[in-house]
Design a protein around this ligand. Structure first.
Ligand SMILES: NC(=O)c1ccc[n+]([C@@H]2O[C@H](COP(=O)([O-])OP(=O)(O)OC[C@H]3O[C@@H](n4cnc5c(N)ncnc54)[C@H](OP(=O)(O)O)[C@@H]3O)[C@@H](O)[C@H]2O)c1
Length: 256
């Protein structure tokens, strides 16, 4: 494993748990002091004992450069994998024919307790059948939710995660601001927000949509927009989302 950041902190103990032996390479081995596998400095020449695979736990924009650096140290037979949702496989240098990805669809921070990955979705893909088979074996040992997805599907899932995770979090930030600017404790809203996400299952979330746009309640929407006079950007967002909800409801009604 190359890198000792957020991902490595959660990845390494899980790799050890499934019986893999792990070596960590770090530019600053001292920073990895609390990791369950001791980190070594980057070697200067080809190491005597070669890894089967190298997992790049480095920032997305460093994947290409770090894989080029590996190409100066390792033979082509070593498999090289990255761990990024947004990065195509061809960002790893083609010097290594066996390239792959192992992407946990989860938010991982070094500050958090090390996560047990048995419920974390893992997405994998590889350029060779042999690596694909090894990845399937590792991923299904690590989690109950392993998905073999190609580059396009992974990019689409990453995009979906921006809507489902990043944007929804920012919508709750707006809700937080609307509460606090009138001295309303956010605790008064939090349970209904948590309930929304706790109810998520495999059904289309649209089937559980509530609120004025879903009801076509124009009077309430007009009152809400008046309350947003000082927040023109939020008013635009309110209108855009309400229009999408109304259009989605109309389409569903037509289909029925
Ligand atoms: N964090 C998440 O929630 C998460 C979730 C899914 C996937 N990922 C993916 O995991 C990968 C790593 O993300 P991260 O959040 O762990 O990043 P990070 O916390 O910034 O850690 C990256 C590590 O890479 C090493 N590094 C940085 N630049 C390097 C360079 N030029 N050469 C060699 N090593 C370098 C550093 O380790 P040393 O200083 O020890 O060398 C650094 O700690 C990314 O591809 C990301 O998309 C992250």
């Amino acid at each position: 494993v190359v890198g000792t950041g957020h991902l490595a902190w959660h990845l390494v103990p899980n790799l050890l748990k499934i019986g893999l032996s792990v070596e960590l390479w770090s530019r600053r081995p001292v920073a990895s002091i609390n990791l369950p596998a001791p980190a070594k400095p980057w070697p200067r020449k080809e190491p005597q004992s070669l890894p089967d695979a190298v997992l790049l736990a480095v920032p997305d924009d460093q994947i290409a450069a770090v894989s080029e650096r590996l190409a100066t140290l390792l033979p082509r037979t070593v498999a090289v994998l990255h761990t990024s949702g947004a990065t195509p496989l061809d960002r790893i240098t083609t010097y290594f024919p066996a390239r792959g990805v192992l992407w946990p669809v989860y938010s991982l921070r070094r500050e958090d307790e090390q996560t047990d990955w048995s419920t974390v979705p893992l997405v994998y893909a590889a350029t060779t059948e042999d690596l694909q088979t090894r990845l399937r074996r590792w991923c299904t040992a690590l989690t109950e939710h392993a998905y073999a997805l190609d580059d396009e599907q992974r990019a689409q899932l990453h995009l979906a995660a921006v809507f489902g995770n990043n944007f929804t979090n920012w919508l709750t930030q707006i809700a937080f601001e609307l509460c606090t600017e009138r001295g309303i404790p956010f605790a008064a809203l939090r349970p209904i927000v948590q309930q929304t996400f706790a109810r998520l299952d495999d059904q289309a979330p649209a089937t559980r949509q509530t609120g004025p746009a879903a009801r076509g309640d124009a009077a309430t929407m007009t009152r809400h927009l008046a309350l947003l006079e000082e927040h023109p950007a939020y008013a635009r967002l309110y209108r855009a989302l309400s229009q999408l909800i109304e259009a989605g409801k109309a389409q569903n009604a037509d289909e029925k």
